[in-house]
Design a protein around this ligand. Structure first.
Ligand code: SF4
Length: 120
């Protein structure tokens, strides 16, 4: 995992990224997520981090500020054929990005979202 050398969390307290519970409805998890979000937002390897967490099925911890529940939702979306800019290394579609807690970097809609916006 060479991307880890560029991680913004390298010197952060690891306990911040691993709340004592993975229950998204827990106030503890929400607080941890709020605490790590600014770090992950500024992290230059956030996409690699999230891709790794998704590809390796990480079921614990906050990776790229996503909870295990967030990542299960992303994996379900992948299985349903929703465009996955993290897996596909494509620029993020602003519409699809709603599914992904990552910064949208491209102003264009992906082809699937463009098709959905076309009048019938
Ligand atoms: S995105 Fe967040 S959890 Fe992932 S490497 Fe960067 S700072 Fe760490």
């Amino acid at each position: 995992m060479s991307w880890q050398t560029g991680a913004a969390c390298r010197d952060a307290d690891p306990e911040l990224f691993f709340p004592p519970t993975d229950d998204d409805t827990s106030l503890i998890t929400v607080r941890h997520k709020l605490a790590v979000a600014p770090i992950c937002r500024a992290c230059p390897v956030a996409t690699d981090c999230l891709r790794w967490a998704l590809d390796t099925g990480q079921d614990h911890g906050l990776w790229a500020a996503t909870t295990p529940t967030d990542r299960r939702a992303i994996r379900r979306a992948r299985l349903a054929g929703v465009p996955d800019p993290v897996a596909d290394d494509e620029p993020m579609c602003p519409a699809c990005a709603l599914l992904f807690p990552m910064p949208a970097v491209d102003g264009q809609l992906c082809s699937r979202c463009s098709e959905r916006k076309e009048p019938a």
